[in-house]
Design a protein around this ligand. Structure first.
Ligand code: NAG
Length: 212
């Protein structure tokens, strides 16, 4: 199955010839129409339960998917379960896109590959959030580096499918309001291991641009 790198997705939809990776910009972005929430129309997802990764539609295993429709924003929250299995992280795909789908913001305080100096969620000696010395490290084979919270704008429909088969991971998908994305990406970093989020909405594709 063809896989689409998340960072390339929004730009590819805008222009079939564009190939450069979207650059992070600042912590504000265009407020698009949110006339409906994003809602599910079909699935093999698992429903949220207390203790689970945040998300209304939980895609925990290879092949689990959710069909989504609507005009609004959604959040895909990641969990890299390196203690369950390490290897290449085959990212979820965004397939059968009708209408507009844009990657607009990354938040939650970190990207998976960010240098990390703190208590590991499992094991010890973790240099980033994708592994630890006892387990080894998972990695993104296409070189992407998702934020823990990946936020998208949908005006139409899309199917999101989990392709876990190397390194273990989960994603939790849920509708989110524009205002809540702004709160997320503007949250003051709690410590040296966290950072402000970024906007990636293509309508701000001219600057201010950050090279980081
Ligand atoms: C996390 O660190 C490991 C070990 O140095 C490295 O192999 C891996 O590529 C890093 N992950 C990311 C996403 O940068």
């Amino acid at each position: 199955m063809m896989r689409i790198a998340l960072f390339h997705l929004a730009l590819d939809l805008l222009s079939p010839v564009a190939s450069s990776i979207l650059r992070p910009r600042d912590t504000a972005f265009t407020h698009r129409d949110e006339s409906t929430a994003v809602y599910a129309t079909g699935d093999t997802y698992e429903n949220f339960q207390p203790g689970y990764l945040g998300g209304t539609w939980e895609l925990f295993k290879r092949g689990e998917y959710v069909d989504l429709s609507g005009t609004g924003y959604m959040r895909v929250r990641w969990e890299v379960e390196y203690w369950q299995g390490v290897g290449p992280l085959y990212e979820p795909t965004f397939d059968q896109v009708a209408g507009t789908l844009l990657f607009v913001a990354g938040g939650g305080g970190f990207q998976w590959g960010d240098a990390y100096d703190g208590a590991c969620s499992h094991g010890t000696g973790c240099v980033n959030r994708t592994g630890a010395s006892e387990y080894g490290y998972s990695y993104f084979p296409d070189g992407s580096d998702p934020w823990i919270n990946m936020c998208y704008y949908l005006d139409g429909s899309v199917t999101i499918t989990n392709h876990e088969s190397g390194g273990d991971y989960n994603v939790g998908v849920e509708p989110i309001a524009y205002a809540d994305i702004l709160v997320d990406i503007n949250t003051t970093p709690a410590d040296k291991n966290t950072k402000y989020g970024y906007s990636y909405d293509p309508s701000e594709a001219s600057c201010p641009c950050s090279e980081t």
